[in-house]
Design a protein around this ligand. Structure first.
Ligand code: NAI
Length: 243
């Protein structure tokens, strides 16, 4: 996949960093971005592969900054083959305690952030007559979850956005798919109380948490030639949790 540039958001740590590491081994050029500017620069500097890697600080919520970042990347790298919308946050609390700020923060980062990058790369991919969009959703976007009304709504929104974009851009050879991870061991899930973790584990037929590599492998597949005829889909990577 040499010479093809992929943008990965939220790539400073966790699943995004693992996706970047996996894609680097495939030969892609990578533009990593994260609100943690130092983290994402260090992440890009630590990648191993034949491509060119750059880490740039930035907030996925900022429409104009995202547009400028994508335009500059298209010029520097010569193309934007893929985008992996991975940046995401949680702000968990029961609905009756959820403030408008908690609601807006999660919707803004997870859903509007995904829209911002999709909107910026869409015209470039259409002109190229080639492009792959992979959006990291969550099984919670399919099942809902007590204490995560904002997060669930944002992830369900990502799945619906993905299907709509697949329908709009398919004619230009641009695919859009979502990946819905279950319970993956990262900093995000490390914050959960042990009781919650044990309850979730008991729901997983494969009897273990997933790792960032389990998600990264599926993203790699969706960007590969093997997935050329797949679009509008949500691939669930959850050890069977919501079967
Ligand atoms: P994480 O919290 O370890 O990493 C998220 C990254 O996104 C961080 O580097 C953070 O700085 C960055 N980020 C946050 N707000 C940002 C913003 N406004 N602009 C740019 N970057 C921003 O989380 P993790 O676990 O790696 O999750 C990655 C994605 O996978 C998220 O979308 C999450 O919702 C999703 N996911 C994670 C699951 C899990 O069990 N860990 C399960 C299902 C989905």
């Amino acid at each position: 996949m040499e010479g093809k540039c992929v943008i990965v958001t939220g790539a400073g740590r966790g699943i995004g960093l693992e996706i970047a590491r996996t894609l680097a081994t495939q030969g892609y050029d990578l533009l990593l971005t994260d609100v943690d500017a130092d983290g994402v620069k260090a992440a890009a500097a630590g990648l191993e592969g034949p491509g060119r890697f750059e880490g740039v600080g930035g907030d996925v919520r900022d429409f104009d900054a995202v547009h400028d970042l994508v335009a500059k990347a298209a010029e520097d790298f010569g193309n934007i083959y893929g985008v992996v919308n991975n940046a995401g946050v949680t702000k968990d609390t029961l609905l009756v305690r959820m403030s408008p700020e908690d609601w807006k923060f999660v919707l803004d980062v997870n859903l509007t952030g995904t829209f911002n990058f999709t909107r910026a790369v869409g015209p470039i991919m259409m002109r190229q007559r080639e492009g792959r969009m992979v959006n990291i959703a969550s099984v919670i976007g399919l099942s809902g979850n007590a204490g995560q009304a904002n997060y669930a709504a944002s992830k369900a929104g990502i799945i619906a956005l993905t299907k709509s974009v697949a329908k709009e851009l398919g004619g230009r050879n641009v695919t859009a798919n979502a990946v819905a991870p279950g319970f993956i061991a990262t900093d995000m899930t490390a914050e959960l109380p042990d009781k919650v973790k044990a309850a979730m584990l008991s729901q997983i037929p494969l009897k273990k948490l997933g790792g960032p590599g389990d998600v990264a492998g599926v993203v790699k597949f969706l960007l590969s030639p093997d997935a050329a005829y797949i679009t509008g889909q949500t691939l669930v990577v959850d050890g069977g949790m919501i079967v």
